[in-house]
Design a protein around this ligand. Structure first.
Ligand SMILES: *[C@@H]1O[C@H](CO)[C@@H](O)[C@H](O)[C@H]1NC(C)=O
Ligand SMILES: *[C@@H]1O[C@H](CO)[C@@H](O)[C@H](O)[C@H]1NC(C)=O
Ligand SMILES: *[C@@H]1O[C@H](CO)[C@@H](O)[C@H](O)[C@H]1NC(C)=O
Length: 420
């Protein structure tokens, strides 16, 4: 097999796939809806062996350029022939797409170098509107196994404004990076265990940076970093395979009728921590992303019928009208709900599980998360409102490395010409 020509074929395929689509006008606002453009891109190639983990950062990825409003971002894992790969073969733990500014005339980094954006001194990372510490959950888009079955479309006239030349610092250009975390579970002794990153299955005692794991750490991202390998069935042999993240972006050219939305990511493990630096004591968010669910049979039966409930409470410094929202959970998840200060439900996102074997319907895996599209104007978060995120998991068995992450797209104002 000749890989050079394969790559050429793929590059050509990408070019051919860059389609400009028109979708019929709909909705109460008229206007730009029929100017929606769409393009399909492939990430760089990722090679996986049975059991192996890839956690890759790719910089300067293909992305719409110019001053535009992003309308949706969908993705899935495909193989060399661009066929969808089911989750029970390659588990898509997550992908994240992040924005940054890079000095012009600097050679771009496109390969994995083990560093995050904020470790690159020449890059300025452009995080979303909040609310975790530093660059944690700073991405614009990001989902996991649920990506094939989760709606991401932002209704007209709302959109995510990017590429505004007035915002890009002089001498810099806007770029995008993707982080892809995938686990090849072909031949694994315990597929679900591998997807939850139980440390014993990876035979890992040190984290990615060579630091010993914290005592009692059972599993999570510190045990399934790049190049680690999950335990296979005795004697299992399988070929190396190449996968890609294929992503579809929709956008419209920017114009003054578009109402920008702010992106917030909330984490159910978030706790406020007092930190004392040169500027004196301050309160910082501390999003840990992952947590554990104990099995209810080990004495945690708390009258909830084997449901583990975890909550976090945070203040939304500036609020607005919720345009779109949804959640990210792992297998075992039942619901992720955001409540307002008065107890009203702002949005509840419910996972759906597959019941077959084909890509998009894999049994026991979360293949979609429901999303919220409130009538614009009907769900408002007030400035400074204290909201509560509640993540429910089944605790009929123990889980490790689970998540309860909520994203919220908020418009600070409504369009002028509303027709409600
Ligand atoms: C697990 O790791 C230890 C030390 O790193 C090594 O000696 C042992 O052979 C490994 N076990 C397996 C099953 O790979
Ligand atoms: C989550 O569990 C709590 C406690 O059992 C329950 O009150 C709540 O209704 C559950 N949420 C959802 C959305 O099922
Ligand atoms: C999977 O679920 C769908 C919808 O609930 C149902 O129609 C179908 O028969 C189920 N398939 C299997 C293999 O159970």
């Amino acid at each position: 097999m000749c890989f050079v020509s394969q790559d050429l074929v793929l590059s050509l395929a990408i070019l051919v796939l860059v389609l400009l689509l028109g979708t019929p006008s709909s909705g109460a606002f008229g206007g730009a809806e029929n100017d929606v453009k769409s393009a399909v891109f492939l990430s760089p190639k990722i090679e996986l062996r049975p059991g192996s983990v890839a956690n890759k950062d790719y910089y300067d990825i293909d992305f719409p350029r110019g001053h535009v409003a992003i309308k949706s971002f969908n993705a899935e894992v495909v193989d060399e022939a661009e066929n969808p790969v089911p989750l029970h073969e390659t588990y898509l733990h997550h992908w994240l797409v992040a924005r940054y500014y890079q000095p012009k005339h600097v050679t771009s980094h496109t390969g994995y170098d083990g560093h995050r954006i904020h470790h690159k001194s020449d890059h300025i990372s452009v995080r979303n509107s909040g609310i975790c510490q530093e660059d944690t959950l700073g991405q614009y888009f990001g989902l996991g196994s649920e990506t094939r079955g989760t709606a991401t479309y932002i209704p007209h006239p709302f959109g995510i404004e990017i590429g505004n030349p007035d915002e890009i610092p002089d001498g810099y250009e806007e770029k995008w990076m993707v982080n892809i975390h995938a686990i090849d579970t072909r031949g694994a002794e315990d597929k679900m265990g591998c997807t939850e990153c139980w440390c014993d299955l990876y035979n890992v005692t040190m984290d990615e940076y060579g630091e010993p794991l914290k005592p009692g750490y059972k599993g999570g991202l510190h045990c399934c970093y790049d190049y680690t390998r999950c335990k296979l069935r005795e004697g299992f042999e399988g070929p190396k395979r190449s996968i890609y993240l294929r992503y579809t972006v929709k956008w419209v050219d920017w114009d003054s009728s578009i109402v920008p939305v702010k992106i917030y990511f909330l984490d159910v493990t978030d706790t406020l921590k007092i930190s004392d630096d040169s500027k004196g004591p301050s309160l910082n968010h501390n999003c840990k992303l992952e947590y554990e669910v104990d099995s209810c049979s080990t004495g945690n039966m708390n009258g909830n019928g084997c449901i583990d409930v975890k909550r976090s409470t945070v203040a939304m410094q500036s609020g607005g009208y919720v345009i779109y929202g949804g959640g990210h959970q792992h297998s075992g998840g039942i619901a992720l709900t955001l409540y307002g200060q008065d107890g009203r439900v702002i949005c509840s996102s419910i996972p759906s599980y597959g019941n077959g074997t084909e890509a998009g319907n894999e049994e026991d895996y979360i293949v979609g998360m429901s999303t919220c599209y409130p009538q614009p104007g009907s769900v408002k978060i007030i400035d400074g409102e204290i909201v509560t995120l509640e993540s429910n998991y089944s605790s009929s068995r123990a889980h490790t490395g689970v998540m309860g992450i909520f994203y919220l797209f908020v418009a600070e104002e409504l369009p002028q010409q509303q027709h409600f």
